[in-house]
Structures are given as structure tokens and as C-alpha cells.
Ligand binder design. Structure first.
Ligand code: PDD
Length: 285
């Protein structure tokens, strides 16, 4: 696989970073995952805007212009075999002997590659997925898409150990998001999801799904549902760049609604597929 590393394109087995890279020693970096449809990066302006917010929030200055980010992402999309998959892009604070303060004059490490899509299991689409409620043990700047993902990793594994494929994260009795997704509850035809504040990652898929819901005259309420709201919801949905949209049909082993993906899931899932097809045809970005 060809990867991009600090301005160079090279086979992954030849790409090397230092053991003193702060991404390795501190998790001192940020990242993006950008879906690609027919070689076109999805909602690329929004992904670059979020990357810049993450870089700003962590005070990492790459000196890259928007044009450079767009060209890099377009290039990765063009070189993706079959044109369908996703781009992973990571920026770290670069290489320095281990000290917590920022190093002076060290260039950030910029790394990116594109990988082919992993198809969503038909069973997950047709039956929905199992989720587990877990206490949100992350820090208070979840709006920054940082590579320091130890809490998300532990939470996802804990969910997996309980037979669930996503963790629904609870703070102050409110369900904010998933360990790697945004979460929505459907109650009486209304769509509830946590506001895009510092306690969630403002998902690019989330934003689009809210737009699509409004276009279909669905009431959208950006307020965190409580644990009780989610457990007694008619439907629960998750969204992410990797998984698109999935229905959550059991929580801690108990069925959500009638235990099957519901009407609003089907409506929004279809709307999302239609949007992706328009991206494939180059009609929207
Ligand atoms: N994760 N919330 C968290 C904590 C996430 O990690 C993600 C995505 C999302 C959804 O954001 P988006 O729709 O922009 O993908 C929400 C990515 C896919 C990952 O870590 O692989």
C-alpha cells in the first residue's frame, strides 16, 4: 500500500517514523477518517474544517494550506483501488526527546493512506446491532479528534466482552455518543441527539443525518437523551464514517422498541445512501 508521510509517497513497508515521535510516546496527535465514494472524498470541506479545529485545539501548526489538504485527500481518493473506502489522516506534534512541554521548532508528522471499504455485514443492517451502556471515562475535550484513544479502546473492548458492538457513553445520566459513533434516540417520531459541544465529537455523518432528517420534515432536538430516554426509545441509531448508519436493536441485552430496525432508520438510511450516490456522480461533495 502506498502511504503519504511528510511530503513523500512510499510503500508502507518503507515508511518509517521515529520511536521518539510524540504520537507514539504521548498519543500527542489528531486524526480524521474520511469516506471515499467513486474516488471522491466525502464532505471533504467539513473534514478539513474539523481537522483544523483539532489542530487548533491541540496547538499543532502544520503550515498546510486548505489547498494542500484538499489536494492530498483528492490524491489519496484517486489512488484507492476500486475507488471505495476511506482515508486515514494523522498529524502528530512530531519528534522530540520525551518532555511534556512542546518542543521548539519540530515539524509535525503528517501521515495518510487510503484503504478499501470493509462492507457492513448484511446482518447488522437487517437486524441492527447490540450496544452496551458504559460510563464515559474520557476527558472533557471530546470535540478534538485526538489519537489518544485509550478510553475509547477500553470502552469498545468492554462492550465487545459483553457481546455488544458499540458502547453508548453515559455522563450525568445522559447518553452523549458512542465510543466511535454519534447516537440518536427516536421518541414519538422526533430525533434526539446530544448537542455538538465539548463532550462529543461533532460527527460529519451526524451533521448530514440531521440535515437529511430536517429535509424530510423530521423534528430534530439537539438535547442529550437520558439513559431512560434511550432505553425506552422507539428506535436508537448510531452514525459514523466507518459504519454509516446502523440501528441499535438491543441495549444491555434488552430490545429497543420492537427489537428491529424501525421506520426512521429506514428513511434516514435510504436518504444517506441517496446522498452517497450523488457524491459518486460528483453532484455533491
Ligand atoms: N470515529 N464520535 C466518536 C467518538 C468517534 O470516534 C466518531 C468517528 C464519531 C463519528 O464521526 P464521523 O461521522 O465524522 O465519522 C463520533 C472514527 C470513524 C474512527 O475513530 O474510526
Amino acid at each position: 500500500m502506498l502511504v503519504y508521510l511528510n511530503g513523500e509517497w512510499l510503500p508502507d513497508e518503507r515508511a518509517r517514523i521515529s520511536v521518539f515521535d510524540r504520537g507514539f510516546t504521548f498519543g500527542d496527535g489528531v486524526y480524521e477518517v474520511i469516506p471515499v465514494y467513486a474516488s471522491r472524498p466525502f464532505r471533504v470541506e467539513r473534514h478539513v474544517a474539523r481537522l483544523k479545529r483539532s489542530l487548533g485545539g491541540t496547538r499543532i501548526d502544520t503550515g498546510y494550506t486548505d489547498r494542500q489538504w484538499f489536494d492530498l485527500l483528492d490524491n489519496l481518493g484517486q489512488h484507492l483501488p476500486m475507488g471505495e473506502g476511506s482515508i486515514y489522516l494523522q498529524v502528530t506534534r512530531g519528534v522530540s526527546l520525551r518532555q511534556h512541554t512542546f518542543p521548539a521548532r519540530t515539524p509535525p508528522t503528517v501521515f495518510a493512506y487510503a484503504r478499501p471499504a470493509i462492507a457492513t455485514a448484511n446482518r447488522d443492517l437487517a437486524q441492527g446491532i447490540a450496544a452496551a451502556l458504559l460510563a464515559d471515562i474520557r476527558w472533557a475535550r471530546c470535540d478534538i479528534k485526538t489519537t489518544s484513544l485509550i478510553a475509547n479502546v477500553l470502552l469498545t473492548q468492554e462492550a465487545a466482552d459483553r457481546g455488544a458492538s458499540e458502547a453508548l457513553l453515559v455522563r450525568d445520566n445522559q447518553v452523549r455518543e458512542g465510543a466511535a459513533s454519534n447516537v440518536f434516540a427516536v421518541r414519538h417520531g422526533r430525533l434526539y441527539t446530544a448537542p455538538a459541544d465539548h463532550l462529543i465529537l461533532s460527527g460529519i455523518t451526524r451533521e448530514l443525518v440531521l440535515e437529511l432528517a430536517r429535509q424530510h420534515a423530521v423534528d430534530v432536538i439537539e438535547e442529550s437523551p437520558t439513559v431512560e430516554d434511550v432505553c425506552t426509545a422507539d428506535e436508537v441509531l448510531i452514525t459514523s464514517s466507518g459504519r454509516g448508519m446502523l440501528a441499535v436493536t438491543t441495549i444491555d441485552g434488552a430490545p429497543v422498541g420492537d427489537g428491529r430496525p424501525g421506520a426512521l432508520f429506514r428513511l434516514l438510511y435510504e436518504a444517506l445512501q441517496t446522498f452517497k450516490d450523488a457524491v459518486r456522480r460528483g453532484e455533491v461533495r
